[in-house]
Design a protein around this ligand. Structure first.
Ligand code: URA
Length: 289
């Protein structure tokens, strides 16, 4: 018998027990404690319709006969405040969604196996930095070094990223750094659309908790997944986009800069523009607040 049939039989049994009790004792005796288990100082009142009923002593052994099974009626009685047909835990509520801090969120999702990367990763790479950062950087996915250490951007690309941040007067610990994916794709391949879709709610929650003033996407994969755009880097850089009301700028991925030093100049212009936008928005908040 399936779990659902089991549950349905159990509910039928329960319902018939309740109906039997109701027939024998009226509503007052439903689930009542025996007098011995009641505290002495508790005064018990029967509801008005039961006051004049003859008191029937329940026999010790009540035989409950099973009524014939009937199809579940559309108008179900409420059982324990829930319609019988929906007396199952809702499957759409995910416990991590209620997290209020990054630590809480990390603790709740770090064993994720929603996609196959959960079985091939070494470490879950949640994110790092200031939980109240005003600038958030989003990369693509952990590489081999990140997978081994459990921290984003710690390999060669990460060293370059630290230098870029220093050049615009940010310390790594000032900002918050994370990726579209929390687990390394084998051989550093691009995230699949399915992996990104499954992982994106975690990033969304991180953004919700950190509440950055500005987001900088490092590379096209980050931009495509965060903003749902297919535009080229040439079209995207230099513009301010929006993600859920947060301004977003896009620049080259540090790994791309290592491969293509010609892009360092435009990347330098991009990060200077990010710094300027960040400072303006911060100044506005300070004067407004
Ligand atoms: N590349 C990324 O996109 N993220 C990392 O964390 C490391 C390399």
């Amino acid at each position: 018998m399936s779990d659902e049939q089991d549950a349905s039989c159990l509910l039928d049994d329960l319902r018939s027990i309740i109906e039997d009790e109701r027939r024998l004792f009226g509503d007052t005796l439903l689930f009542e404690q025996s007098p011995e288990s009641q505290p002495a100082n508790v005064e018990r009142h029967a509801p008005p319709e039961a006051v004049n009923k003859p008191v029937i002593q329940p026999s010790r052994h009540i035989e409950y006969s099973m009524p014939p099974k009937k199809p579940v009626a559309v108008e179900e009685p409420l059982l324990f405040e829930l319609p019988v047909s929906s007396a199952k835990p809702p499957i759409t509520t995910e416990a991590w969604g209620g997290s209020n801090t990054l630590d809480e969120l990390n603790a709740r999702i770090c064993n994720c196996t929603k996609c196959a990367l959960g079985t091939t990763r070494t470490k879950f790479v949640f994110g790092v930095g200031n939980p109240k950062a005003t600038l958030m950087l989003i990369g693509e996915a952990p590489g081999a070094d990140e997978d081994a250490q459990g921290e984003p951007f710690v390999g060669r690309a990460g060293q370059l990223l630290n230098k870029i941040l220093e050049a615009i007067h940010f310390k790594r610990s000032d900002v918050y750094i994370c990726n579209i994916l929390k687990c390394r794709p084998p051989n550093n391949r691009k995230p699949t659309p399915e992996e990104s879709e499954l992982c994106k709610p975690y990033l969304k929650k991180q953004i919700e908790i950190v509440k950055p003033k500005v987001i900088l996407c490092l590379g096209l994969t980050a931009a495509e997944n965060l903003l749902g755009t297919n535009e080229s880097m040439g079209k995207l850089r230099g513009h301010v986009m929006q993600y859920e009301g947060v301004p977003v700028m896009i620049t080259y991925h540090p790994a791309a800069l290592l491969r293509n030093p010609n892009w360092k100049r435009p990347a330098w212009e991009d990060v200077q523009a990010v710094r300027k936008l960040h400072d303006e928005l911060l100044a506005n908040t300070t004067t407004a607040g």
